[in-house]
Design a protein around this ligand. Structure first.
Ligand SMILES: Cc1ncc(COP(=O)(O)O)c(C=O)c1O
Length: 458
């Protein structure tokens, strides 16, 4: 079956503004696509986070939301849904994923300078670890940085490097290990079950807390089912459960595989950890039975979590993203391969080899793609990596990516064909594309608010 497992009940008009107007809007935005107005964007692939379409069942659930401050029925519905999927009985709702990060990291980082190890931390995760006085260290599998390697599990953590790190620095210096599934910064590619088991064994051996960043756990489970012959007969739900069983808890941005526009949670197995985290939810997010969400949001999320594990849904989702990747590859655009769950990652460093990392090839390509086709995408590279908080030195990304993130159940293949066409047009004039120079840069999470000017032609 090639068709989508849904039909469309409501539409939202979009349009592509003329090229001269796009140029003006981009200048006003300091060449940073984050600072554009969405009405000036034709196809918005900035993020798959909170940008998807809810189902009729989710909209119906909204109407059942219990908006009580304490003891909301919708919280209990959500808690039961989370426990049924993860096996974790203790659920703390938060307003989104970074709310969960703010609750967890200051509590588990016992003293300044402790490490939080991961495959590749997401940018807000890295920021919250550092804001809590910790040090975020990425230990990705070496294949993650090789966009031409066909190895599918580029989300894996380098287990040997993990062991070596712990031997060198001591287990006491490690506050936690966070496995991000799928690994956004490695091209949305999955962590294999085998790798998660190996990481969990190291964590257990050294008594280190293991958490999943579960934002795209359902896509991870689906890709494991596809690419690990040993898992092919199993359901995404069963595979996902194996991952949760290996960890002590998870942080969740529900804006991805929760299929909602806002929301998140922390879920843990251990009551003692829950009791340590709970006051932080009350202080920063809201009372324990809403934590920054409306009752109706929690009701819709409880449904979305179940829908995101349906095989037909995941099949269409992954197929659509993959189709975009295949189109680009057929035209010779260098992309992270194979294509992962939520996005196509263009290797901007290879496409624009004349632009050095300090002129941000991914961000320059994002600006050009907007000028070309009104398409918005995001740099995942040196700009996003930011600077080392101690030395102020720019951290080089292993690969300079431009991420084309596909919102869930939102665009058709025709939209994505327009995206491919625009990118191929940029590729045709690649040698003339200029880099970007920062004119303004905030201290943390600089990519969101930075402003640029065009660098000189090379
Ligand atoms: C892997 C991962 N973790 C955490 C987050 C943060 O979640 P949120 O945007 O809901 O704060 C994101 C968001 O994009 C993400 O991709």
């Amino acid at each position: 079956m090639k068709g989508e497992p849904f039909r469309i009940k409501m539409v939202e008009p979009i349009r592509r503004i003329p090229a001269e107007e796009r140029a003006r809007r981009l200048d006003e935005a300091g060449l940073n696509v984050f600072l554009l107005r969405s009405e000036d964007v034709y196809v918005d692939l900035l993020t798959d986070s909170g940008t998807g379409a809810m189902s009729d069942r989710q909209w119906a659930a909204l109407m059942t939301g219990d908006e009580a401050y304490a003891g909301s029925r919708s919280f209990h519905t959500l808690r039961e849904a989370v426990e049924s999927i993860t096996g974790y009985p203790y659920v703390l709702p938060t307003h989104q994923g970074r709310g969960a990060e703010r609750v967890v990291f200051p509590e588990i980082i016992a003293r300044p300078g402790q490490y939080v190890l991961g495959n590749i931390h997401f940018d807000t995760t890295r920021a919250h670890i550092e804001l809590a006085g910790g040090r975020a260290v990425d230990l990705p599998t070496p294949e993650a940085a090789d966009t031409s390697s066909p190895f599918p599990f580029k989300g894996n953590m380098d287990v040997e490097a993990l062991r070596a790190f712990i031997d060198e620095h001591g287990a006491g210096s490690v506050a936690a290990i966070v496995l991000t599934v799928t690994c956004n910064s490695a091209g949305g590619l999955p962590v294999s079950l085998e790798n998660a088991r190996a990481v969990a064994a190291v964590a257990r051996e050294h008594g280190i807390l293991l958490l999943l960043d579960a934002a795209r756990y359902a896509e991870n489970a689906y890709l494991v089912r596809e690419w690990d012959p040993g898992q092919s007969g199993r359901s995404p739900r069963e595979i996902a459960r194996d991952f949760f069983d290996l960890a002590d808890g998870c942080l969740m941005s529900a804006k991805k595989d929760g299929l909602v526009n806002i929301g998140g949670f922390v879920a843990v197995r251990d009551e003692e950890l829950y009791l340590r985290l709970a006051p932080r939810v009350v202080a920063f997010e809201g009372f324990l039975t809403y934590g920054g969400m409306n009752g109706r949001d929690m009701a819709a999320l409880a449904v979305g979590l179940q829908e995101a594990l349906e095989v037909e849904y995941l099949e269409q989702r992954i197929r659509q993203v993959r189709r975009l990747g295949e189109r680009l590859r057929a035209e010779g655009v260098p992309i992270q391969y194979p294509v992962g769950g939520h996005a196509v990652f263009v290797d901007a460093g290879r496409m624009l080899p004349h632009i050095p990392p300090e002129e941000f090839p991914g961000a320059a390509l994002a600006a050009e793609l907007y000028l070309e086709g009104g398409v918005r995408a995001v740099e995942v590279g040196t700009l996003m990596m930011g600077r080392d908080p101690e030395t102020g030195v720019e951290r080089r990304a292993p690969v300079e990516f431009l991420r084309l993130a596909v919102p869930r159940r939102t665009y058709t293949d025709n939209h994505l064909d327009d995206v491919a066409e625009a990118l191929v047009n940029v590729q045709r004039r690649a040698p003339r594309v200029r880099g970007l120079r920062l004119t303004y840069e905030p201290k943390v999470l600089r990519h969101f608010l930075a402003r640029f000017e065009w660098a000189a032609e090379r």
